[in-house]
Design a protein. Structure first.
Length: 226
């Protein structure tokens, strides 16, 4: 049995990943959490991009001989130079979604609708230890400079980016979702991510787009492994 470790302790995410792999992979696979491999420390996400932070998390399980999986996501607002970006979860410094949304509205006060364009971004990554025997195809490998910075071999790591374009409203709308969802208006659906049904949102969301491509690549590599 092949064991993968999701760099998280979120049981819902782990179950979701395990269910997908069970249906898509020809190999018997189990998914563990960081806690299940004895990792109890906080992972310092000190990268300069979503991809780098995702890889920083994924390399932790890989350093212990497991295939490491991780993702990192956030909101990038064009007129704010891409902020809050990788600091999305701690934008306000208070650590709550409500405080983050309030700060974003303050920063955009007076900005006209046509200049409130933004995108949600998600980077999903995998780092494969040498003992896994998996070699990432050249077209899927991370840049050599990033690999050197993180201390991983380019042929042992991959990352996939997903984006969803929208507009930041001047006030919150909707009761669903989390984070910045109630401010993020998605024109094709005529509503915010907090107003759209979860299944519908998954079809177009940054995480949905990134994870579909990422999982297709991951299962291809696992199925090809001898």
């Amino acid at each position: 049995m092949k064991t993968l470790v999701l760099a998280s302790n979120n049981r819902k995410k782990i179950a979701e990943l395990e269910t997908f792999l069970a249906s898509a992979s020809s190999k018997e696979i189990s998914v563990r959490s960081l806690g299940e491999i004895g990792w109890t420390q906080e992972i310092e996400e000190n990268g300069s991009s979503f991809e780098e932070n995702s890889l920083i998390k994924a390399r932790v399980p890989a350093s212990r001989g497991y295939i490491g999986i991780a993702d990192d996501s956030g909101l990038a607002v064009d007129c704010l130079g891409g902020a809050p970006g990788i600091y999305s979860a701690r934008y306000s410094g208070e650590g709550t979604d409500a405080a983050n949304r309030k700060k974003l509205l303050r920063e955009l006060d007076g900005v006209p609708a046509e200049k409130r364009t933004a995108r949600f971004v998600c980077a999903a990554s995998a780092v494969f230890p040498e003992c896994s025997g998996i070699v990432v195809p050249e077209a899927w490998r991370i840049p050599a400079e990033l690999a050197e910075k993180l201390g991983v071999a380019p042929e042992r790591a991959m990352t996939v980016r997903g984006e969803c374009e929208g507009v930041i409203l001047t006030e919150e709308r909707g009761e669903g979702g989390f984070g910045y969802d109630s401010l993020f208006f998605y024109p094709p659906f005529g509503g915010t991510f907090a107003e759209i049904e979860q299944e519908k949102k998954n079809l177009v969301s940054h995480r949905g787009r990134a994870m579909r491509e990422f999982m297709a690549r991951l299962t291809a590599l696992l199925n090809e492994e001898r």
